[in-house]
Design a protein around this ligand. Structure first.
Ligand code: NAG
Ligand code: NAG
Ligand code: NAG
Ligand code: NAG
Ligand code: NAG
Ligand code: NAG
Ligand code: NAG
Ligand code: NAG
Length: 379
């Protein structure tokens, strides 16, 4: 028996080689194997979810161009494991309804050479190779060169988040979340933390499989930077059981020109005139700030005096006003003016204020003061 099996395998190999030279007259002695006379167009490998269904997109054609006449009966057969179905148990489906041990249904029209099959109620034991066969009055053949490997998994597929277009402030992008849909008859439900009432669409892929998708267009601003988009796909499984869910997260990175630029002074308390004062510029941007510049107010307008986030000034003059500017590749943004005054200036102020309000009389004489003002427009 095992010798026969070995012989059979050899014969198949020989047949396949011979068929290249059109010497297909040699017929195999074992099972029903002859050089492939039937071919199917279907994915070579498919994944399915246990408890769910799988739609197998399938078309077939006969080698000799046999047309399948609509007046004759034609049966589609699925065989598991081995195309030589000498073991009758390997025939798991016959569209004649004579066999349906695995829950299958031929949804394609065989007369149109469409062998699309709906495979229901899958479980992991159905992870196997499957072969398609056609049986009609004048034509019987198995597509043994086109096995279909089905892998049944317990955990669902992770949905994918896709952001199309450049994620930059003021630009509009389309964000989508899509999930592999093994069975369009029982598609996953998609939910995310963007617009809630998005209607999910089912799209057909080029290989005949399907994808469920939700999408939304957003005009971006800096406030979207760092937002975590999270999307989950829930696949319905056998009735009465909760669906199987998988979630995906993606952080949205939005590029933007510098924002909220401000300049601060240290120390901020009382400082003797003539001492060092540190100025610090801060801002936020994506990509990060590439340079900071300091501008001093002069009677001829503002003048750039330094580069760098920190700037140290020896407070000698009566008053000085500065602003800083932060720059990245997308643009720049400036702080409001900051005004430094030494003690002489503050004495003048104190004198002025004294006339205005009694409270200000208690002011110290040795101090340095800063105020924030809006930019004056010159630059
Ligand atoms: C499929 O069913 C038809 C009709 O009952 C039958 O003639 C044929 O032999 C069956 N084929 C297989 C492989 O079981
Ligand atoms: C095959 O049949 C299926 C199910 O009826 C159908 O959705 C599909 O469009 C058909 N394919 C072709 C190529 O006609
Ligand atoms: C994201 O969507 C765009 C536009 O629809 C498409 O060109 C791109 O290939 C997609 N990227 C991924 C990773 O799916
Ligand atoms: C986004 O998710 C990442 C990783 O999941 C986490 O480290 C980060 O803190 C989250 N950010 C926000 C704004 O929730
Ligand atoms: C600087 O950014 C703020 C937002 O933080 C914006 O309101 C302001 O107009 C910008 N100023 C300049 C000069 O670009
Ligand atoms: C600030 O400048 C003045 C005048 O040039 C100088 O006398 C003083 O020592 C400087 N202060 C410090 C802390 O270096
Ligand atoms: C200013 O910064 C320098 C160096 O960063 C530091 O040594 C100094 O103590 C600072 N001075 C003040 C007044 O904060
Ligand atoms: C501060 O005083 C020095 C020396 O008198 C002068 O050169 C400089 O322009 C003054 N700065 C300002 C902002 O007035």
């Amino acid at each position: 028996m095992s010798l026969m099996a070995a012989l059979c395998v050899n014969m198949v190999t020989v047949n396949m080689l011979l068929s290249v030279f059109f010497l297909s007259g040699v017929s195999a002695q074992c099972g029903s194997i002859t050089p492939a006379a039937l071919f199917i167009t279907a994915p070579k490998e498919m994944e399915a979810l246990s408890g769910s269904c799988l739609l197998i997109p399938c078309n077939f054609r006969a080698k000799d161009g046999t047309q399948f006449d609509s007046s004759r009966e034609i049966y589609g057969v699925w065989i598991k494991n081995d195309p030589r179905f000498s073991n009758k148990d390997n025939v798991i489906f016959n569209s004649s309804q004579s066999v349906n041990s695995y829950k299958m249904q031929m949804t394609g029209n065989l007369r149109e050479q469409n062998c699309t099959t709906l495979f229901s109620d899958l479980d992991k034991s159905k992870t196997k190779k499957y072969f398609f066969r056609i049986e009609s009055e004048h034509f019987r053949a198995t597509a043994f060169d086109d096995p279909l490997q089905i892998t049944v998994r317990d955990s669902p597929w992770s949905p994918r988040i896709n952001i199309s277009g450049e994620a930059k402030e003021k630009k509009s992008v389309t964000i989508s979340c899509s999930a592999f849909t093994s069975c369009p008859h029982s598609p996953p439900q998609l939910t995310w933390n963007l617009q809630q009432n998005c209607h999910s669409q089912i799209e057909e892929n080029t290989d005949g499989t399907f994808t469920s998708k939700i999408q939304q267009s957003i005009t971006l601003s800096d406030s979207h930077d760092g937002f975590n988009i999270s999307c989950s796909a829930t696949y319905p499984v056998d009735e009465g059981k909760p669906g199987k869910t998988k979630e995906t997260q993606q952080t949205l990175s939005v590029t933007y020109a510098p924002k909220e630029t401000s300049a601060s002074i240290s120390p901020s308390g009382l400082v003797s005139a003539g001492s060092w004062v540190n100025l610090t510029c801060s801002s936020r941007a994506n990509p990060p700030i590439s340079s900071f510049s300091w501008f001093l107010k002069t009677k001829d307008g503002s003048m750039k005096v330094a580069e760098g986030q920190f700037y140290t000034v020896n407070m000698t003059n009566m008053t000085e006003s500065y602003y800083c500017e932060a720059t990245n590749i997308l643009g720049h943004n400036r702080s409001s003016w900051i005004h430094l005054k030494n003690e002489a200036a503050s004495d003048q102020d104190a004198a002025t204020n004294q006339r205005r309000t009694q409270k200000k009389q208690t002011m110290s004489t040795q101090w340095l003061k800063f105020k924030h003002h809006e930019p004056q427009g010159e630059k």
